[in-house]
Ligand binder design. Sequence first.
Ligand code: NAD
Length: 322
Amino acid sequence: MKILVTGGAGFIGSHVCEELLAREDEVVCVDNFNDYYNPRIKERNIVDCLEKRNCRLCRGDILDFSLMRSVFEKENPRKIIHLAARAGIRPSINNPFLYEEVNIRGTLNLLELAKQYGIDNFVFASSSSVYGNRTEGCFKETDMVDKPISPYAACKKAGELFCYNYNHLYDLNCSCLRFFTVYGPRGRPDMAPFKFVDKIARGEEIEIYGEGTSRRDYTYISDIVGGVVAALDKSHKYELFNLGGANPVQLNYFVSLIENNLNKKVKIRYVEKQQGDVEMTFADVSKSREMLGYEPKVSIEEGVRRLVEWYDLVYNFRRNPK
Ligand code: NAD
């Protein structure tokens, strides 16, 4: 089976590509290696995949419709995992037009090509941020999601709507996966898990927004990959699926786990809560469990242990403590 993975050199994309290649799928990875974070990290993410004979890379922008069409023409993929996007909540507030362009127009480009080339299944990376700012209860796919508090969240919701529309009009099978704070090896350097590990390891102060009591439903990367691959294999006409850890933890607890694993005391500066940040996230995964066989397996304690172990391996923290 040949699968097009957009954003394949990113954090989640590179893990997804690895999994697909391991089971002998053919993978065509599209990525523009933009500088939202250091592109060298993305090159490193994908380097092992590119050594496999069943992997090809197209360096290009999903906004370039004719380039994307030539990829479909040449490669004839049968399924798509669409992960390419501008990620990050706060930067979307500073640059809403860029987010609108890449995350909405880019998604529409791929849906249109998926329609034209008769794609069997379109898997779209959505986000828990569509649930808006809630303070209680767990989030179900049937909940109202009409109150995004960042352009990023609004764009992800728009992506889901276009997926619905393409299913309605053209029978394109679409599964929209709402990822909940993904962390683990190769984690995005702009996200709290990596940033905290890196700063604490270097003995630098970390900034915590609010009082550290906000809660996140952190999801370990291998659990996300399991959910993505399950959604790829089991086509649905149009479905939304939460992929979360189903166990929200306070930021303060998350930081204490990092401290313990690094065996370092953290210096914290508490600063004002940022616009766009939600108070809590909490995935109800019963639908994903039932329809995809999804099961989050890695506990937060084990996940942080693995994250720190990976960090140590790559950044030589224990051998070169600063
Ligand atoms: P990432 O930034 O590491 O990966 C995204 C990749 O897409 C990058 O390699 C980037 O270069 C590529 N890309 C961006 N714009 C592109 C364009 N115009 N053309 C081609 N490639 C482009 O981010 P990630 O954390 O791996 O996220 C993957 C997807 O999952 C994104 O859609 C993101 O919004 C979504 N998501 C992530 C999380 C999370 O916790 N990491 C949570 C919710 C949703």
